[in-house]
Each structure stands twice: as C-alpha cells, then as structure tokens.
Design a protein around this ligand. Sequence first.
Ligand SMILES: [Zn+2]
Length: 413
Amino acid sequence: MTIPIEQLLNLPNIRVLKVEISEREIRCDLESTLGYAICYRCGRKATKFFEHGETLMLRHLPICERKVMLYLHTRRYRCLNCEDRPTTTERGDWYDAQANCTKAFADFLLRQLVNSTLQDVADKHQVTYGCVRGLLTRQVSGEVDWREFSHLRQIGLDEISLLKGHKDFVTIVSTRNEQGEAAILAVLDGRKKETVVTFLESIPQTLRATIEEVCSDLYDGFINAAQEVLPQARVVGDRFHIAKLYRAALDDLRKSEMKELRKVLSKEELSGLKGVLWALRRKSEDLTTEEQQVLDLLFECSPSLRRAYALREKLTGIFDTRQPKEAAQAQLLNWIKEVERSGLDCFWKFINTLKERMDIITNYFVRRSNSGWIEGLNNKIKVIKRRCYGLSNTLNLFRRIWLDLNGKEAFAS
Ligand SMILES: [Zn+2]
C-alpha cells in the first residue's frame, strides 16, 4: 500500500508535482488546485490564468524527523470583473508567506515557544530567531482581546519590577476563570494611578459591570484607581501581600536579635541556632522536631522573638478563620491591643497600615477570595523574566505571559 504524499502533508487544495527524499530532508514541489486568486482590487474571484508567479519556499512539519521543504509554484490570475483587468497571485490560507512556513509549522513553533525562549526554539528547529520572533509578534497580540471574556468577576492588580533591584515597575492586571486559572488582561508601563484608570476605563462597559472584586496590594494608586472606575466592586487587600508585610516585621526583628545574640553567645551556643531563619518562617503546625528545638532554644535567648512569633501566628490564625468581616475586625483590633501591651515595636509599621486600610484588608472575609492565582501568575512571570532576560517591552511581556498561559490550546494541532 502506498500512501499518497498529499495525505501525509495534510494540506488543502494542493497537488504534489515532485518529491525528493534525502537522508535529512524531504523536498516537495507543489501547486494549488484552487484555480483562482482573490482580486486585490475588487475582492472577487479572479479566474483567468495569466502566468506562473514566484515559487514560495515554505517550511512544513517534519516527517519522521526529516525536515520538510515545500516549493509552491504559484499562479497569477486576471480579474475579469475589474475594467483594467488587474492580475493577482493566488493565495492559500494554509501558509504564512511572511514567515516562509505553513500555518501548521507556525503553530508548531508557537507551541514549542510555550515556557521556552525564542533562541531555544530557533536553535532546536533550525529556523532563524527573527522567524520565531516575527511569528510571536504577528500571531499573539500584545493586548487583550476582550472577546475572550464573557465576565470578569474578579480582577487582580499587582506590580512587579522588570529588572531585579530596579524601580522599573510594570502593573500586571489579571483575572481568573471559573476553573481558577489566571488570565492576563494587561501589562502596563509603571504603576501610576492614571495609567490604571485609563486601562480600567478601556474595559468594555458591559464587561466592566461584571467586576465584583478587585484584588490588590495596599498601594494607594491601585486602590484609588479601582474605587474611582469600579465603584460597584469591592476592593480586597490581597491576603498574600498583607502576610508578606507582617512576616517581614518578624524577619526584621530576627535580624536585629541575632545581631545582639552573636555578641553575647558562645560559638557552641550559636551553632545550636542554625536554621532559625527557616524555622521562623514556617507555620508552627508545620515545624519538624528539629526546627521546634531550634526555635525553643532561640526563644529562650530572645523572649521578644517568642512573643513576636506567637503574635504573628495568631494573626495568621485570624485570617485562616472563616468569620464575618465585623468579627474579624474586632479580632484584629484586639490583636493590635495585644501587640501594644507586648512592648514589641516590630509591628508598628504594619499596625499603621492595618488601621489605615482596615476596611480593605477585612474585605477579604466577605468572600475569602483566594488570591493564589495572582501569586501563581507572579511566579510564572518571574520565570519568564529569568528565561527571557532583558524583556522590557510591555507588549512583548504581555505576549509571553499570554502564550505561556494559552499557547498550548490556542495553537493546538
Ligand atoms: Zn477585480
């Protein structure tokens, strides 16, 4: 049984004229069986054969690891509808003449680009860097397509710095679907309130009305932008960000306490405190026996760390507890009093934030919306940043995030 090569190539409206198979490459000469071109002037079918046009060299999907090169001999047709009888070259919708490859191969490259780099894909599949970059720019929009969404419900506002240690911030606007998966809505230059306002206002009115919650860190610019453009939505302080703030307070106290302890403790005593950093960062119920021992020793040397640790755990406990917003507020006010009585000053800054943003912080208790998707997306972006070093263009960053999230599905074979 012989399988016609057309069947293997799986392309519409083509006839194979010649096949040459070498050890590494399969070369096919083809022509289209369509028999017309679309007149570039009137948009109707131009059916009168005029002449043979250029031969397009198109890369196609490999067959048994052999590179497949197609040589498409195009034809030009004359339009009989237009008075001056213009001629147009035929076009198939199965190839991307600009990228010199078939759409199937283009989709294949874009799938390969998910979680990878332009250079890596170019190297592995023997195409130029420019070819892969061109595909990405043409096939993946740098901006959201609102038609992909029927409702938004929850959106997230977050900031990340593009270069480590730099003040080069971009704002990431995201949402999540019913499956809890994150989707990217925008990468905005900077983190100014005005920029966020402009973007939020660009969301189609009907879609904007579906936003019920805005998850944000406690940055004024984000909160004010959300309250201004989305008055119907509840602004919720992202629990992860809040935890980061009060956990940092304990970290600072650890640093200063350890500095003091290093002055007074012997080398031997100090060696018993190895691993305090990780032990302190863990939740008390997750501690191993060794970590608990380290902490016991540490707390013996530093009663203030013991108090601060207990207060931190208590605070996490409040957030972990399902309770009405008002009850949570009462608990948080109690917690503040407890901190004040403790004589500790490491939580002062956090307490100021807590008092100032009590409403937004405790909005979390209304629906206990999990903001894990924002954190998950953040981690994805961190990986992209590391992988695609020097990615500073917001459009391209959007493309890469979008591709990593949607590429496998969008460019499925
Ligand atoms: Zn015409």
